[in-house]
Write a protein that binds this ligand. Structure first.
Ligand code: AGP
Length: 362
């Protein structure tokens, strides 16, 4: 049938979509480039960014996790304060808004009811909105003032993979173009860095056996697994945990490394897998210290670090990329490890129990 054709030689859509990520990166660079080879975004969107005194990112699930990374980009590059909110909470628990808020909805499907409910509310209040989505003509795209497309191609697997990295890349471009419009000089060339990201993604996609064996070693018999990181790595850990729990049904949580000692460390038992992400120089010592703390209490550490920051005994070392953009790369091992963990446990990878691809009920 038609779905077989689309999957091609892949056993699952999820694996195909993970593999498509380098291509999607290149497509995004191409789509957001002008004839002069510069990144470009509709002037009305950039004006809306510059008119705002604060940006509110609203999203659910994986898109929320991309929003957390996007906050870093917009604050660090364009210097506009950003809050990130879960859409299902924001509706009835709205924070005190700034004077000139701008709302950015991140939604792969463009159909998430929780996010749409917030859009309806803020429109009624007279505020401007941008939807970042993979689906042109989707509800949130039609109802917002502006749309930025992900150009990731249809995502069929319930577990979002290429949409997450596409969201992060588009948010980086939005931050960069906004920064330039404000006369802020950046010390790196985003087009070049995203090209490097695409190359690094390709390298990781060729390491599937490695991730299959990591999944076998750490996640075959366990009932839980914890992801730890600091700063931007913490956000990627949250996404890694969501991927793992939704498709393998292993109870997984992401924690900020420094927060472990405030309670979570009580959960560590002999053999508990801890997946630590270490891609940030400024917190490398700190996260290494956290790994020591849990290892001393019996945990089985799986350390994913970046070239240049690696230590002896690290489980996997990702290629070196720009420090702001590491989530685009560090998430790939987590996606693949989750995929193989689910496969080893005979789970229905593309259609996990109790879940739908787009959640159209509040
Ligand atoms: C991701 O793997 C999930 N299946 C889910 O969390 C998803 O990201 C969430 O429902 C939001 O969907 P959206 O991006 O289409 O709005």
């Amino acid at each position: 049938d038609a779905s077989d054709i689309e999957k091609g030689t892949y056993p699952h859509y999820m694996l195909k979509e993970i593999d498509e990520q380098p291509l999607v990166m290149r497509k995004i660079i191409q789509k957001y480039q002008n004839d002069q080879g510069e990144l470009t975004i509709d002037q009305e969107i950039i004006d809306a960014m510059n008119d705002a005194d604060r940006i509110y990112i609203i999203a659910a699930g994986t898109s929320y996790h991309a929003g957390l990374v996007g906050k870093q980009f917009i604050e660090k590059m364009a210097k506009i304060p950003v809050e990130v909110h879960i859409s299902s909470e924001f509706g009835y628990n709205m924070p005190l808004l700034s004077e000139k808020p701008l709302f950015i909805f991140i939604t792969q499907s463009g159909e998430t009811a929780d996010s749409r409910a917030v859009l309806v509310q803020v429109k009624e209040m007279g505020y401007k909105s941008i939807t970042i989505t993979n689906v042109q003509g989707s509800t949130l795209s039609r109802e917002a003032d502006h749309t930025l497309l992900l150009h990731a191609g249809p995502e069929i697997a319930v577990a979002s993979t290429k949409a997450y990295t596409a969201q992060i890349a588009v948010l980086a471009i939005l931050a960069e173009v906004t920064a330039k419009s404000r006369g802020i000089e950046l010390d790196f060339d985003l087009i070049h860095e995203l090209g490097m990201i695409a190359n690094a993604m390709e390298v990781l996609c060729d390491e599937k056996e490695e991730f299959e064996s990591i999944a076998r070693e750490f996640l075959t018999v366990t009932r839980n697994a914890f992801f730890i990181g600091r700063g931007i790595d913490y956000y990627v850990g949250l996404e890694g945990a969501l991927k793992l729990k939704e498709i393998s049904y292993i109870q997984a949580e992401g924690f900020a490394g420094g927060e472990l000692k405030h309670g979570t460390i009580a959960l560590i038992e002999e053999g508990t897998p801890i997946i630590a992400i270490a891609t940030q120089e400024s917190v490398n010592l700190g996260i290494r210290g956290n790994v020591k703390e849990v290892t001393a209490r019996g945990a089985n550490p799986c350390i994913i670090s970046m070239k240049g920051l690696e230590s002896e005994g690290d489980t996997f070392i990702i290629p070196e990329v720009h420090e702001l953009l590491t989530p685009l790369i560090s998430v790939l091992p987590l996606q693949l490890i989750s995929y193989y963990a689910a496969l080893h446990r005979d789970c229905d990878v593309d259609k996990p129990r109790n879940l739908a691809k787009s959640v159209t009920v509040e």
